[in-house]
Design a protein around this ligand. Sequence first.
Ligand SMILES: CC(C)(COP(=O)(O)OP(=O)(O)OC[C@H]1O[C@@H](n2cnc3c(N)ncnc32)[C@H](O)[C@@H]1OP(=O)(O)O)[C@@H](O)C(=O)NCCC(=O)NCCS
Length: 216
Amino acid sequence: MIESILPPGVASSEAFDDAAPAPLFPSEAALMASRRARRRRQFATARTCARRCLADLGHAPAPLLPGPGGAPAWPSGVVGSITHCDGYRGAVADHRARTSALGIDAEPAGPLPTGVLGLITSPAERAHLAALAEADPATPWERLFFSAKEAVYKAWYPATGTWLGFRQATVTLSPAGTFTCVLHPPPTAAPANPHYEGRWLSTPTLVLTAVHREGG
Ligand SMILES: CC(C)(COP(=O)(O)OP(=O)(O)OC[C@H]1O[C@@H](n2cnc3c(N)ncnc32)[C@H](O)[C@@H]1OP(=O)(O)O)[C@@H](O)C(=O)NCCC(=O)NCCS
């Protein structure tokens, strides 16, 4: 499913349950030892997906431990992203020479919890969402909006090491299945292109977003 919102050639793998998690590397197992069973299963299935992506790119299986800020530490020369939510685990990766930034996010379809929208949007973004909802009430625009910002953050953070709040990003969703995002990073952030482009997908149970930037 996720490959439909990624450029051809980007490796991707997904699972809709935890039926076939690969064994963890000892360093990964140690990290998960004290975590709840649900988190351990989610982590392991996402690692299975990530290692399939690595195999597609010609890389041997490797541990994927969280680095600074929680971003997964992919092998040298690889850029990638991981997501999990109820009913979905996924990973994407590509050679850094071909792709400079990748971020994916999955969320359950449906409304955001009460009060969240006001925390993650500006008044202009809320007006944009209201217009989208009026034209197409069946699409969970608010959830897509949240997911798009998370996907952007996962593409942004590994390149900069800089935290960004939801109000430091302006997202514009297109009904055609694309979105743009302009970041307003703090002046102290490492210089980085603040414009991101992505694609989205909505099913009856899930929303998926992906941000991709070419490398080189
Ligand atoms: C980090 C964050 C984006 C993760 O999203 P989430 O919906 O909670 O969880 P998901 O399951 O989709 O993603 C979790 C995976 O994201 C990855 N991740 C975590 N922190 C990350 C970071 N700083 N950069 C890139 N990827 C990160 C990890 O691979 C993690 O899975 P793992 O722990 O099994 O390795 C979210 O928790 C967060 O902190 N958001 C606030 C910042 C933000 O989104 N700002 C928006 C401004 S653009």
